[in-house]
Design a protein around this ligand. Structure first.
Ligand code: SF4
Length: 444
């Protein structure tokens, strides 16, 4: 895979800040809408509550064992935007090459502007691997991303997640105990899952999306499976179909369905696995006839996009080019002009040589940043409601300032470590993905 890192953008002329937009809505200065007015509060107000906080995944269930963030000291909670910006810059300057800051595409603008690299989760984990000189890797993303960076970084490098409560509701939908239970039930249907048929294929190959815990990646590695990203899912499924008669795909049903459908797999051969139902809610016959068993997981951010939004965009903006992320529901992907990963979306916009109107179906922080970076185009989010990923939103600049100043003081806060029994098979699953050599999808 050819990886292109996006350099940290200069502060754009157009205000890309979702935080500012939400505060304008809350103050009444803007007539736009947000999905949760308490997004304007500090995320520390929600760290002790059993939910993901305000935003598009707030209704999802947070696992009881998920790490919780300790109280952020008052000097960070009470500092204004300019003071935090100054403190982050000062701490980074003091630390120099000893630290590298990674910012996910969906991260808020006030954090991304301090990132040495901006990208999707896999690009950032690879960037961490390349910075062997950095003692500390501060990952401004969510928990599974920091775990992946720990898998790929050196043993002496500390991966730090500024707010431990920044999980991912989709990743948390595939719990390792549920997946182990599913595997056991599948072995009752298909027999020994290690035995190959006359064509050299086992009954089931497990495939996990990058957006899953290290425990799930380890499970996949132990059982002959592989990891995929939204950029290479088709290549990975081809790899899996060469080795197995069917695929168990988790956690995102939409990425699995959209990819397999594009490869010609009929919808009636893609049963859903509901972890709370016996045999996942399917019959033995349905499972025996399946090609892809889809885990009942989804992204609350991408589930917000609808066909009605696309129809409205087309009615109001004739000639609009609609690009959505493959985590969106199938009907939305089918109705769009194109579907692709965050990197694909960015490259598609960068490659447009004439002024174009783009309606984008992905997280609003990225869409607003793209609109600011490419002012020659009109770029807007398909969802008119300002509703960022609530888990990603927990990385407030206050947490970034705190972890950097802790590092300056010689302490290493919020270190994310994957134990060797999980890390070794998880790396095998990642290495299989790299060996599959997926191409970068060309943009039209
Ligand atoms: S956008 Fe969706 S998949 Fe990505 S971190 Fe947020 S909840 Fe998870």
């Amino acid at each position: 895979m050819s990886i292109t890192f996006v350099p940290t953008p200069d502060v754009p002329a157009i205000d890309a800040s979702v935080d500012h937009a939400i505060r304008s809505i809350v103050s009444g200065a803007s007539t736009d809408a947000t999905c949760a007015t308490d997004l304007a509060l500090g995320p520390w107000d929600f760290d002790t509550r059993p939910g993901y906080g305000p935003g598009s995944s707030m209704g999802d269930v947070i696992p009881t064992g998920a790490p919780r963030q300790g109280e952020l000291p008052a000097s960070y909670r009470e500092a204004g935007e300019d003071e935090l910006d100054h403190r982050i810059r000062a701490a980074k300057a003091t630390l120099g090459d000893r630290v590298v800051v990674l910012g996910h595409f969906y991260q808020r603008e006030e954090v991304v502007r301090h990132a040495d690299y901006v990208g999707d989760s896999y690009q950032l984990a690879t960037a961490a691997k390349a910075r062997t000189d950095a003692e500390a890797i501060v990952f401004c993303g969510v928990h599974f991303m920091a775990e992946t960076a720990d898998l790929l970084s050196g043993p002496d490098q500390a991966v730090i997640l500024p707010n431990l409560a920044a999980g991912c509701s989709m990743a948390d939908m595939a719990d390792i105990d549920q997946v182990e239970d599913c595997w056991e039930q599948l072995s009752e249907v298909f027999g020994d899952l290690e035995v190959v048929d006359e064509g050299g294929r086992v009954p089931v190959i497990p495939v996990t999306y990058m957006n899953s815990s290290a425990a799930i990646k380890g499970f996949v590695g132990r059982h002959g499976g592989i990891v995929c990203t939204s950029s290479n899912a088709e290549t990975v499924l081809e790899w899996a179909f060469e080795r197995g008669r069917r695929v168990l795909f988790f956690p995102d049903q939409h990425l699995g369905r959209n990819t397999a459908k594009a490869m010609g797999v009929p919808l009636d051969r893609m049963p859903m696995w509901n972890p709370r139902a016996a045999l996942g809610g399917s019959s033995t016959t349905e499972l025996l006839d399946s090609r892809v068993i889809l885990w009942h997981g989804f992204c609350s951010v991408h589930r917000r996009f609808s066909v009605a939004q696309i129809e409205k965009a087309r009615a109001e903006h004739p000639g609009v080019r609609v690009i959505v992320h493959p985590e969106c529901p199938m009907e939305v992907v089918d109705a769009a002009d194109e579907a692709g990963s965050t990197d694909y979306i960015r490259r598609a916009i960068a490659a447009a040589t004439t002024p174009t109107t783009f309606a984008i179906g992905t997280e609003v922080n990225l869409v607003r940043r793209l609109a600011a970076q490419f002012p020659q185009h009109e770029i807007f989010c398909l969802d008119p409601v300002v509703c960022p990923c609530s888990t990603m939103y927990r990385i407030h600049p206050g947490y970034l300032a705190w972890v950097l100043e802790e590092l300056v003081a010689g302490r290493t806060p919020n270190r994310i470590t994957v134990t060797a029994d999980v890390a070794d098979p998880a790396r095998i699953a990642l290495e299989r993905m790299l060996a599959a050599k997926p191409p970068v999808v060309a943009v039209p």
